[in-house]
Design a protein around this ligand. Structure first.
Ligand SMILES: [Zn+2]
Length: 122
């Protein structure tokens, strides 16, 4: 099994509804996003999936929420924009674009700072 990973990021503000602490107040993070793909085989170039394509699709998605107040973007207008929910949303948004007969999206991790991350995987 091969595993490839890219790292991307975005800046975004959020507030956690009903949270019993100061994270319910609007604040921002420079979020780091790791996207990991698995594949059983390599193509004739010796790649599981072109890093450029993986990076491009991830950046295209993150661009839609970069420098925004996450709570205003569906589905986070109703769903709390936690690192966990962001990881799940990124996973679901990218899997249709990236998966092919060989390579499958495996997991997405979202870091809200250098010490705290949440991962969604299939
Ligand atoms: Zn936060």
């Amino acid at each position: 099994m091969y595993e490839i990973k890219i790292i991307a990021g975005f800046s975004g503000a959020h507030s956690l509804r009903d949270y019993p602490g100061n994270c319910r107040n609007i604040h921002g993070h420079n979020w780091k996003v790791e996207v990991v793909m698995h594949s059983n085989e390599l193509d004739k170039l010796g790649m599981s999936l072109d890093f450029r394509m993986l990076k491009q699709e991830t950046e295209n998605l993150l661009k839609t929420i970069d420098h925004t107040y996450l709570n205003e973007n569906p589905p986070f207008n109703t769903l709390n924009p936690t690192a966990e929910n962001l990881a799940h949303w990124i996973f679901e948004s990218l899997s249709g674009k990236l998966n092919n007969n060989n390579a499958k999206l495996c997991r997405v991790s979202v870091w809200e700072n250098e010490n705290s991350s949440a991962t969604y995987y299939d």
